[in-house]
Design a protein around this ligand. Sequence first.
Ligand SMILES: Nc1ncnc2c1ncn2[C@@H]1O[C@H](COP(=O)(O)OP(=O)(O)OP(=O)(O)O)[C@@H](O)[C@H]1O
Ligand SMILES: [Mg+2]
Length: 239
Amino acid sequence: MSKEIIIETKGLTRTFELGEVKVNALRGIDLNVSRGEFLVILGPSGSGKTTLLNCLGGIDSPSEGKITVEGNDIGSYNENRLSEYRRNKVGWIFQFFNLIPSLTAAENVALALEMAGDKKDMMDRSREALSLVGIPDKANMFPSQLSGGEQQRVAIARALVKRPRIVLADEPTGNLDWVTGQKIAELMRDLNRKEGITFIVVSHDISITDVADRVIHLMDGQISTQKFNGPRTKKVMEE
Ligand SMILES: Nc1ncnc2c1ncn2[C@@H]1O[C@H](COP(=O)(O)OP(=O)(O)OP(=O)(O)O)[C@@H](O)[C@H]1O
Ligand SMILES: [Mg+2]
Protein backbone atom coordinates (compact mmCIF):
# COMPACT_ATOMS: atom_id res chain seq x y z
CA MET A 1 0.00 0.00 0.00
CA SER A 2 1.21 3.45 -0.85
CA LYS A 3 2.07 5.68 2.06
CA GLU A 4 0.77 8.80 0.37
CA ILE A 5 -1.94 10.36 2.52
CA ILE A 6 -5.14 11.15 0.64
CA ILE A 7 -7.29 12.21 3.62
CA GLU A 8 -6.14 13.66 6.91
CA THR A 9 -8.36 14.79 9.76
CA LYS A 10 -7.08 16.69 12.76
CA GLY A 11 -9.20 17.18 15.85
CA LEU A 12 -12.36 16.58 13.82
CA THR A 13 -15.27 17.50 16.06
CA ARG A 14 -18.98 17.66 15.23
CA THR A 15 -21.43 18.88 17.81
CA PHE A 16 -25.15 19.06 17.10
CA GLU A 17 -27.07 21.58 19.15
CA LEU A 18 -30.71 20.77 19.61
CA GLY A 19 -32.05 23.60 21.72
CA GLU A 20 -30.48 23.17 25.15
CA VAL A 21 -29.09 19.75 24.32
CA LYS A 22 -25.67 19.24 22.79
CA VAL A 23 -24.80 15.99 21.07
CA ASN A 24 -21.07 15.40 20.64
CA ALA A 25 -21.22 13.14 17.61
CA LEU A 26 -17.48 13.37 16.87
CA ARG A 27 -15.01 14.28 19.59
CA GLY A 28 -11.60 14.91 18.10
CA ILE A 29 -10.89 12.41 15.34
CA ASP A 30 -7.30 12.29 14.11
CA LEU A 31 -7.18 10.03 11.09
CA ASN A 32 -4.84 9.55 8.15
CA VAL A 33 -6.06 7.54 5.20
CA SER A 34 -3.55 6.34 2.61
CA ARG A 35 -4.26 6.56 -1.08
CA GLY A 36 -5.62 3.20 -2.20
CA GLU A 37 -6.42 2.06 1.33
CA PHE A 38 -9.47 -0.06 2.14
CA LEU A 39 -10.55 1.25 5.52
CA VAL A 40 -13.45 -0.21 7.48
CA ILE A 41 -15.12 1.65 10.33
CA LEU A 42 -17.01 -0.25 13.02
CA GLY A 43 -18.84 1.03 16.04
CA PRO A 44 -22.15 0.85 17.89
CA SER A 45 -25.22 2.74 16.75
CA GLY A 46 -24.81 6.42 17.51
CA SER A 47 -21.01 6.27 17.73
CA GLY A 48 -20.62 8.81 14.90
CA LYS A 49 -19.89 6.64 11.85
CA THR A 50 -22.31 8.31 9.45
CA THR A 51 -21.41 11.75 10.79
CA LEU A 52 -17.76 11.01 10.04
CA LEU A 53 -18.53 9.89 6.47
CA ASN A 54 -20.72 12.97 5.93
CA CYS A 55 -17.91 15.27 7.06
CA LEU A 56 -15.37 13.47 4.84
CA GLY A 57 -17.75 13.71 1.89
CA GLY A 58 -18.40 17.43 2.34
CA ILE A 59 -22.11 16.88 3.09
CA ASP A 60 -21.65 18.07 6.67
CA SER A 61 -18.94 20.27 8.11
CA PRO A 62 -16.98 19.96 11.32
CA SER A 63 -17.74 22.18 14.30
CA GLU A 64 -14.00 22.20 14.97
CA GLY A 65 -10.92 20.65 13.44
CA LYS A 66 -9.68 20.21 9.94
CA ILE A 67 -10.11 17.85 7.01
CA THR A 68 -7.44 17.82 4.33
CA VAL A 69 -8.04 15.93 1.09
CA GLU A 70 -5.20 15.58 -1.39
CA GLY A 71 -3.46 18.41 0.42
CA ASN A 72 -6.42 20.81 0.33
CA ASP A 73 -8.26 21.98 3.44
CA ILE A 74 -11.88 21.37 2.41
CA GLY A 75 -13.06 23.66 5.22
CA SER A 76 -11.58 26.56 3.27
CA TYR A 77 -13.58 25.75 0.12
CA ASN A 78 -16.25 28.19 -0.99
CA GLU A 79 -19.71 26.80 -1.82
CA ASN A 80 -18.88 26.22 -5.50
CA ARG A 81 -15.70 24.35 -4.83
CA LEU A 82 -17.28 22.29 -2.08
CA SER A 83 -20.15 21.37 -4.36
CA GLU A 84 -17.64 20.36 -7.05
CA TYR A 85 -15.84 18.25 -4.44
CA ARG A 86 -19.08 16.53 -3.39
CA ARG A 87 -20.13 15.83 -6.96
CA ASN A 88 -16.86 14.78 -8.56
CA LYS A 89 -14.30 13.68 -6.04
CA VAL A 90 -16.37 11.39 -3.86
CA GLY A 91 -18.60 8.43 -4.73
CA TRP A 92 -21.27 7.25 -2.28
CA ILE A 93 -22.76 3.82 -1.64
CA PHE A 94 -25.65 3.41 0.79
CA GLN A 95 -27.40 0.56 2.58
CA PHE A 96 -30.62 1.16 0.67
CA PHE A 97 -29.55 1.47 -2.90
CA ASN A 98 -31.56 4.64 -3.58
CA LEU A 99 -32.15 3.85 -7.22
CA ILE A 100 -34.89 5.63 -9.14
CA PRO A 101 -37.54 3.01 -9.94
CA SER A 102 -38.66 4.57 -13.23
CA LEU A 103 -35.13 4.67 -14.69
CA THR A 104 -33.22 1.71 -16.11
CA ALA A 105 -29.95 0.58 -14.55
CA ALA A 106 -27.95 2.50 -17.18
CA GLU A 107 -30.12 5.59 -16.75
CA ASN A 108 -29.71 5.48 -12.97
CA VAL A 109 -25.95 5.44 -13.45
CA ALA A 110 -26.09 8.17 -16.10
CA LEU A 111 -28.08 10.40 -13.76
CA ALA A 112 -24.96 10.86 -11.65
CA LEU A 113 -23.17 12.25 -14.71
CA GLU A 114 -26.12 14.35 -15.77
CA MET A 115 -26.36 15.93 -12.33
CA ALA A 116 -22.67 16.74 -12.46
CA GLY A 117 -23.20 18.41 -15.87
CA ASP A 118 -20.82 15.86 -17.35
CA LYS A 119 -22.93 14.54 -20.20
CA LYS A 120 -20.33 13.62 -22.82
CA ASP A 121 -20.74 9.96 -23.87
CA MET A 122 -22.94 9.60 -20.82
CA MET A 123 -24.71 6.36 -21.77
CA ASP A 124 -21.52 4.67 -22.99
CA ARG A 125 -19.72 5.53 -19.78
CA SER A 126 -22.68 4.28 -17.76
CA ARG A 127 -22.63 0.95 -19.58
CA GLU A 128 -18.88 0.73 -19.01
CA ALA A 129 -19.43 1.27 -15.29
CA LEU A 130 -22.04 -1.50 -15.29
CA SER A 131 -19.46 -3.78 -16.95
CA LEU A 132 -16.96 -2.87 -14.27
CA VAL A 133 -19.36 -4.14 -11.60
CA GLY A 134 -20.13 -7.29 -13.58
CA ILE A 135 -23.65 -6.64 -14.89
CA PRO A 136 -23.27 -5.30 -18.46
CA ASP A 137 -26.31 -7.37 -19.44
CA LYS A 138 -28.62 -5.58 -16.99
CA ALA A 139 -28.27 -2.09 -18.47
CA ASN A 140 -31.84 -1.89 -19.73
CA MET A 141 -33.54 -3.44 -16.72
CA PHE A 142 -35.48 -1.47 -14.13
CA PRO A 143 -34.53 -1.74 -10.45
CA SER A 144 -37.65 -3.82 -9.68
CA GLN A 145 -36.40 -6.41 -12.19
CA LEU A 146 -33.06 -6.78 -10.40
CA SER A 147 -32.05 -8.73 -7.31
CA GLY A 148 -30.82 -6.85 -4.22
CA GLY A 149 -27.21 -7.69 -5.06
CA GLU A 150 -27.67 -6.47 -8.64
CA GLN A 151 -29.30 -3.27 -7.41
CA GLN A 152 -26.31 -2.66 -5.17
CA ARG A 153 -24.02 -3.26 -8.16
CA VAL A 154 -25.93 -0.58 -10.07
CA ALA A 155 -25.50 1.73 -7.09
CA ILE A 156 -21.77 0.97 -7.03
CA ALA A 157 -21.56 1.68 -10.77
CA ARG A 158 -23.32 4.99 -10.09
CA ALA A 159 -20.74 5.79 -7.41
CA LEU A 160 -17.86 4.96 -9.77
CA VAL A 161 -19.00 6.41 -13.08
CA LYS A 162 -17.47 9.81 -12.33
CA ARG A 163 -14.19 8.08 -11.53
CA PRO A 164 -13.89 9.39 -7.98
CA ARG A 165 -10.65 8.72 -6.11
CA ILE A 166 -12.56 8.16 -2.89
CA VAL A 167 -15.62 6.00 -2.25
CA LEU A 168 -17.59 6.35 0.97
CA ALA A 169 -19.94 3.50 1.81
CA ASP A 170 -22.41 3.36 4.69
CA GLU A 171 -23.43 -0.26 5.48
CA PRO A 172 -23.26 -1.28 1.80
CA THR A 173 -24.16 -4.89 2.56
CA GLY A 174 -26.60 -4.14 5.39
CA ASN A 175 -29.60 -4.95 3.25
CA LEU A 176 -28.23 -8.07 1.55
CA ASP A 177 -28.10 -11.72 2.50
CA TRP A 178 -24.76 -13.07 3.62
CA VAL A 179 -23.61 -14.68 0.37
CA THR A 180 -24.61 -11.65 -1.71
CA GLY A 181 -22.88 -9.42 0.84
CA GLN A 182 -19.70 -11.44 0.42
CA LYS A 183 -19.84 -10.96 -3.34
CA ILE A 184 -20.32 -7.22 -2.94
CA ALA A 185 -17.39 -7.13 -0.50
CA GLU A 186 -15.27 -8.99 -3.04
CA LEU A 187 -16.33 -6.59 -5.79
CA MET A 188 -15.39 -3.55 -3.71
CA ARG A 189 -12.05 -5.12 -2.82
CA ASP A 190 -11.37 -5.80 -6.53
CA LEU A 191 -12.28 -2.24 -7.50
CA ASN A 192 -10.05 -0.98 -4.71
CA ARG A 193 -7.14 -3.04 -6.00
CA LYS A 194 -7.60 -2.72 -9.74
CA GLU A 195 -8.70 0.90 -9.90
CA GLY A 196 -6.68 2.15 -6.93
CA ILE A 197 -9.79 3.75 -5.43
CA THR A 198 -9.65 4.55 -1.73
CA PHE A 199 -12.59 2.94 0.11
CA ILE A 200 -13.90 4.03 3.48
CA VAL A 201 -16.64 1.62 4.48
CA VAL A 202 -18.87 1.61 7.53
CA SER A 203 -19.90 -1.98 8.10
CA HIS A 204 -20.49 -4.69 10.67
CA ASP A 205 -20.06 -7.31 8.02
CA ILE A 206 -17.23 -9.71 8.70
CA SER A 207 -16.67 -10.33 4.96
CA ILE A 208 -15.79 -6.66 4.59
CA THR A 209 -13.61 -6.44 7.70
CA ASP A 210 -11.75 -9.48 6.32
CA VAL A 211 -10.72 -7.66 3.14
CA ALA A 212 -9.89 -4.36 4.89
CA ASP A 213 -6.37 -3.01 5.14
CA ARG A 214 -7.34 -1.48 8.46
CA VAL A 215 -10.32 -1.66 10.81
CA ILE A 216 -11.11 1.26 13.08
CA HIS A 217 -13.55 1.18 15.97
CA LEU A 218 -15.49 4.32 16.83
CA MET A 219 -16.83 4.65 20.34
CA ASP A 220 -18.75 7.68 21.46
CA GLY A 221 -17.30 9.92 18.75
CA GLN A 222 -13.70 8.85 19.23
CA ILE A 223 -11.41 6.23 17.71
CA SER A 224 -11.15 3.55 20.38
CA THR A 225 -8.98 0.99 18.60
CA GLN A 226 -7.51 0.34 15.20
CA LYS A 227 -6.01 -2.74 13.71
CA PHE A 228 -4.00 -3.09 10.53
CA ASN A 229 -4.56 -6.35 8.70
CA GLY A 230 -1.57 -8.08 7.17
CA PRO A 231 -0.90 -8.18 3.43
CA ARG A 232 -4.07 -9.17 1.67
CA THR A 233 -3.70 -12.75 0.63
CA LYS A 234 -7.14 -13.82 1.78
CA LYS A 235 -9.88 -14.44 -0.71
CA VAL A 236 -13.39 -13.61 0.33
CA MET A 237 -14.99 -16.44 -1.52
CA GLU A 238 -13.46 -19.87 -1.28
CA GLU A 239 -14.20 -21.30 -4.69
N1 LIG B 1 -28.43 16.03 11.96
C1 LIG B 1 -28.34 15.68 13.25
N2 LIG B 1 -28.90 16.44 14.22
C2 LIG B 1 -28.78 16.08 15.51
N3 LIG B 1 -28.12 15.03 15.97
C3 LIG B 1 -27.54 14.24 15.06
C4 LIG B 1 -27.62 14.51 13.67
N4 LIG B 1 -26.94 13.55 12.99
C5 LIG B 1 -26.47 12.72 13.94
N5 LIG B 1 -26.82 13.13 15.18
C6 LIG B 1 -26.45 12.46 16.44
O1 LIG B 1 -25.07 12.21 16.43
C7 LIG B 1 -24.77 10.92 17.00
C8 LIG B 1 -24.01 10.08 15.98
O2 LIG B 1 -24.90 9.78 14.92
P1 LIG B 1 -24.48 8.92 13.64
O3 LIG B 1 -25.63 8.93 12.72
O4 LIG B 1 -23.19 9.45 13.14
O5 LIG B 1 -24.25 7.50 14.29
P2 LIG B 1 -23.91 6.10 13.58
O6 LIG B 1 -22.68 5.59 14.22
O7 LIG B 1 -23.91 6.27 12.10
O8 LIG B 1 -25.14 5.18 14.02
P3 LIG B 1 -25.92 3.99 13.22
O9 LIG B 1 -25.04 2.77 13.35
O10 LIG B 1 -27.19 3.83 13.98
O11 LIG B 1 -26.14 4.43 11.82
C9 LIG B 1 -26.11 10.34 17.41
O12 LIG B 1 -26.29 10.59 18.78
C10 LIG B 1 -27.11 11.11 16.57
O13 LIG B 1 -28.36 11.21 17.21
MG1 LIG C 1 -25.11 5.54 10.56
